[in-house]
Design a protein around this ligand. Sequence first.
Ligand SMILES: Nc1ncnc2c1ncn2[C@@H]1O[C@H](COP(=O)(O)OP(=O)(O)OP(=O)(O)O)[C@@H](O)[C@H]1O
Ligand SMILES: [Mg+2]
Length: 296
Amino acid sequence: MSFPLPNHELYALEDRVQAALRSADDSALDVLGYGEVTLVLKLTTSQGSYACKRLPVFPTADRYERYKHTLTDYLDRLERSGIRAAHTRLWQRKAADGRIVAYCVQEALPADRLCSRLLHTEPQSWAVDFFKRFLDHVDRAVTPSFGLDAQAANWIDQDGELTYLDVTTPLLRDARGREQLDVPLFLTSLPWVLRDAVRLTMSKSIFDKFYSTRGVLLDFLGNLHKERLDALIPAFLELANARLREPITAEQVSAYYRGDARMWELIQQLRKADRFWHRSVLRRPYPFLLPPDIAR
Ligand SMILES: Nc1ncnc2c1ncn2[C@@H]1O[C@H](COP(=O)(O)OP(=O)(O)OP(=O)(O)O)[C@@H](O)[C@H]1O
Ligand SMILES: [Mg+2]
């Protein structure tokens, strides 16, 4: 957590985001990635380039402080589990009404070393070597209180070492299995029609998979369908199953993927309807930038 934050540039970046929200046009932003929850922007300055992950707006300073604490804990746990995470710092700006806009700021790592990309471009021998290293990390780190969202797009491979990127949603549970993250806040990008239902019935199951080696691997393998990397699944399944007490089958991977894709597609459709409602009926800016449609 050691690099200096480009404070002025972050102010200017947030101003551009506000303008993009007002116009629902993100063409003036350099988007590195649309996750399911966060928007990742690239910020280039004379000091270097940064990946800036805009968090849901915190309604109070107290909720921001709690997030900061959880993020710090999560980064510590990653380090203690032997997982190298991208250096991450929090930047915040308080609005007149007391709400807090915050970004997780990381140094931008080389995009051409993103593992989801390398799995397309490197030979199968690289893929197998990557997957073995990946399995070592997951196996060692994941516990019922410490989770990983380990899909291939969350890792950068540099000089044979993996760096984990996706720290904005710290996956930590207490001894009673309760999420340390402010889940309702992180679900605010979900349309209001869904939010309560999701919060009550889905959030536990959305998160459960991240807290077991089997769940993390099933999610990783299911995502290979989304990434059009299906050809790698048989070899990866064999390596994964050598470590699992209850093996995963190819059918389970496809079924998992279909369920996951359907859920996110539905959410995306509802978000678009919600945006229409805000802009055309309420005549208010929709407070999120939506990813383009993904072929699933
Ligand atoms: N430090 C970084 N350097 C370069 N590219 C990055 C960096 N962090 C993120 N990215 C790019 O942005 C994408 C999304 O980032 P990240 O995984 O952190 O958020 P996310 O998937 O949007 O999170 P979530 O799904 O939890 O909302 C990554 O897949 C990668 O392409
Ligand atoms: Mg991600």
